[in-house]
Design a protein around this ligand. Structure first.
Ligand SMILES: *Cc1c(COP(=O)(O)O)cnc(C)c1O
Length: 447
């Protein structure tokens, strides 16, 4: 096998995700990967790429971390897979116990990808109210620019037009409100003040719709897919209080922010907020296997617990729910978290990332550099003063992507927002390298 062969065969048969396939024949090379280790990917000719986005935010401790590999092999020698309906196994039980302890929640429902865990949360919330006799609650409140996944329910509560618009006629109608994206604060205004100010929108929606709403769903602190849009924890604190006051569930989608990404185990911790339902996936297995979980409060679970004849059970399932291999990888990942103070380590790396990109603060086409822990994002603009983006068709971010690939760094900008979201084992030298490549790429792309 060589690079060219694999790319040709892939383009002939594999329908790649999230891609206009025609791009691969022109400006966007398809990158063949033969192997990976630590923060690096390698192709068939020995060319290496620094994985600065953790393979779509999944990888926490580097590729093929020895402990995860060891635990996976041991699990494979014991039990590959068994259904979780009517049967149980040690990895699922131990993982459920640990996830409940970490999240301060009580019950763990497994699925196998982030979107599915969001579907589960939405269905659980709606079904909770139905079981409680409040059948008028059929809607959800969500934020503009939210991203919760690609399946119909998750897509419906998302707010990013590009993904959602083609399917609009098929989707649930959430009450969508402007969010607290602090990029739009006025000059001199603090994140906290702006986040407070923007809270009026969700507050008004709750006051107006409380009786027909099941839950509010948000990504805590970082609206990742929309371009690493960030806000202050005060918003979550106010949201928790308002949801309690109006008797509405709070769903935190921690799929991108969970497992240390923001410098705490879960981003909700910055606000001291425990949700009613929490979705986790992506980093859960350290980036090795698909797995997700929806964590629920005991009272939600209890609303389904009844005589069989009452017909109140939650009948959702997936064939691979709680797959033992994936659970073993997740347990190994949590074990690695226990080996040192990764949160302090990540705060240190976050500081290095910020220092490394600080020259861009003065760049004439950089409208903002923003950060939450191990996420640093750089937003390009045609006019910084007017906060006016480059015309979409110019695809400036794509130029940065191409430059970085040429230099052996995998960046994958979201439109014109360049970001770093590296694995936690990235070295100071590697941070310096990815920052320099991004700085050069931005210079070229905006010249
Ligand atoms: C990636 C993501 C999802 C969807 O997860 P998949 O595993 O890709 O289905 C949902 N919510 C957030 C916040 C995400 O970042």
């Amino acid at each position: 096998m060589n690079n060219a062969d694999l790319v040709a065969r892939s383009l002939a048969r594999v329908w790649h995700p999230c891609t206009q396939m025609q791009d691969h024949e022109r400006e966007l090379p398809l990158v063949p990967v033969k192997a990976a280790e630590g923060a690096w990917l390698e192709d068939f000719e020995g060319k290496r790429y620094l994985d600065a986005i953790s393979s779509w935010w999944t990888n926490l401790f580097g590729h093929r971390h020895p402990l995860i590999v060891e635990r996976l092999k041991a699990q494979l020698d014991r039990l590959d897979h068994v259904l979780l309906a009517g049967f149980t196994h040690e990895p699922a039980v131990r993982l459920a116990e640990q996830l409940c302890a970490l999240s301060h929640l009580d019950r763990c429902f497994f699925s196998d990808n982030g979107s599915a865990s969001v579907e589960v949360a939405l269905k659980m919330s709606f079904h909770y109210w139905r079981n409680a006799g409040e059948t008028g609650r059929t809607r959800f409140i969500s934020l503009e620019n939210a991203y919760h996944g690609e399946t119909m329910g998750a897509l419906a509560v998302g707010g990013a037009g590009m993904y959602r618009d083609p399917y609009a006629p098929l989707l649930l109608q959430p009450v969508q409100v402007p969010g607290p994206d602090c990029f739009h604060r006025t000059p001199g205004e603090s994140w906290e003040d702006y986040s407070r100010r923007q809270f009026v929108h969700v507050q008004a929606a709750l006051e107006h719709h409380a009786g027909e709403v099941c839950a509010v769903i948000v990504e805590p602190l970082v609206q990742a897919a929309a371009g690493m849009r960030m806000y202050h924890p005060v918003y979550l604190r106010m949201l928790r209080e308002a949801c309690d006051k109006h008797r509405v569930h709070l769903i935190l989608d921690e799929i991108a922010t969970g497992f240390g990404r923001t410098g705490r185990m879960f981003a909700g911790e910055w606000a001291g907020v425990t949700p009613d339902l929490m979705c986790v996936s992506k980093g859960l297995t350290g980036g090795t296997l698909p797995l997700a979980a929806t964590l629920a409060r005991e009272d939600i679970y209890q609303a389904f617990y009844a005589d069989h004849a009452a017909g109140k059970a939650f009948l959702h399932s997936h064939s691979y729910t709680g797959n033992p291999l994936a659970c073993a990888a997740a347990l190994a990942t949590l074990e690695i978290f226990g080996q040192r103070d990764w949160m302090a380590h990540n705060r240190g790396l976050g500081h290095l990332m910020w220092m490394a990109v600080s020259p861009l603060l003065q760049h004439p086409h950089v409208a903002e550099v923003r950060q939450q822990g191990m996420i640093v994002a750089i937003e390009l603009a045609q006019s910084v003063a007017k906060r006016q983006p480059f015309p979409r068709a110019e695809r400036r971010g794509l130029r940065v992507y191409r430059h970085a690939l040429g230099q052996g760094v995998l960046l994958r900008p979201l439109g014109d927002i360049i970001y770093f979201m590296p694995p936690y084992i990235v070295s100071p030298e590697e941070i310096g390298r990815m920052a320099q490549v991004a700085i050069d790429g931005i210079q070229l792309a905006t010249a």
